[in-house]
Design a protein around this ligand. Structure first.
Ligand code: SF4
Length: 315
């Protein structure tokens, strides 16, 4: 990627990465395989992360669950009709998608990969839920397909991870990233900006830490409130302020400036379906938000990577 693209986004979006990599547009087909989460069922904690409502994470979770192959067929049919798409990544999205014994995971992933137009897997999970046998399974797929592993980082600050009841600390993320190396997996970290108690310097420290790790991509979310979550009660009690849109735009730009130019930006906002989102409502206008981020980077004459510290893991 050029360091300062003359046109288009001043950061490296996922759509461009997939076009660079596969020579065509690629779309994700979301799959709900019925996983739960060790942070919900009591293995790590109960109640889950305070912002978590899995209904809001996956369109499929709000529908009666179908078989994996059926979900793939259905998703591909919709994307073909809507976008003329012809290449797809099977995206195991809802809950913790490595939370099962290896034979069960193999069976689930295999079902998705049998479709001839599916060219890879994306698996979203927790950093404390990828023991080596599961990484070996993913590595075996990576010899033949593209494999993206999404790991929830959220922040490098343990006090914030405790506040949100993540049930793990930053060292679990670093450990998972290290054990993933050499396996042919693309890693994507999930990050949240606007956590209460985090200063600008705290958030930028997360960016700098991420820039120094061998992570291929990042999903950046603004903290947002979804109905029927513990966070909703805290929000209504006035204990958790939400960022204003302009504050978030400035923070995202500051964050992007610190990431290596080759780190793929999977997303730049958090959102939920309108029927589930409580606040902030500005994140429902995603195109407007992306335009504002582009405009702010342009106003600054800035771009992703302009403030990467030396030694960052550019790929
Ligand atoms: S780890 Fe993911 S699925 Fe589990 S409670 Fe947290 S946000 Fe929800």
């Amino acid at each position: 990627m050029p360091s300062a693209p003359p046109s288009g986004p001043r950061y490296y979006p996922l759509s461009r990465f997939w076009r660079d990599r596969f020579g065509t547009k690629v779309y994700r087909v979301t799959i709900d395989a019925g996983f739960t989460c060790p942070n919900v069922d009591g293995t790590v904690a109960v109640g889950g992360c305070i912002y978590c409502d899995n209904r809001s994470f996956s369109p499929n979770r709000r529908l009666p669950r179908m078989g994996i192959r059926e979900q793939v067929e259905r998703g591909i049919g919709i994307l073909r009709q809507r976008y003329g798409a012809d290449r797809f990544i099977a995206y195991f999205q809802a809950a913790t998608n490595t939370y099962a014994p290896v034979p069960k995971l193999r069976s689930l992933y295999d079902q998705a990969l049998t479709h001839p137009d599916v060219i890879g897997l994306a698996v979203a999970t927790r950093p404390d839920c990828v023991p080596d046998p599961i990484l070996e399974l993913l590595e075996s797929y990576a010899r033949r397909w593209y494999v993206l592993l999404e790991l929830g980082l959220q922040t490098i600050h343990d006090r914030s991870l405790d506040w949100m009841n993540r049930g793990h600390h930053y060292d679990a993320f670093v450990d998972a990233v290290q054990r993933c190396q050499g396996r042919g997996l693309d890693l994507c970290a999930h990050v949240i900006l606007g956590l209460p108690g985090e200063s600008h310097a705290d958030m930028m420290a997360t960016a700098d830490a991420l820039a120094g790790l061998p992570v291929h991509g990042v999903k950046i979310h603004n903290l947002h409130v979804v109905k029927d979550t513990p966070l909703e009660a805290l929000f209504h009690a006035g204990q958790v302020p939400m960022l204003e849109r302009d504050e978030y735009v400035a923070l995202v730009c500051d964050f992007l400036e610190r990431l290596p130019a080759g780190m793929v930006i999977h997303r730049l906002s958090g959102d939920a379906p309108p029927e589930y989102l409580v606040a902030p409502l500005w994140c429902l206008d995603k195109p407007g938000l992306l335009r504002a981020i582009d405009a702010e980077l342009e106003r600054r004459g800035s771009y992703q990577g302009i403030r990467v510290r030396s030694g960052a893991a550019c790929r």
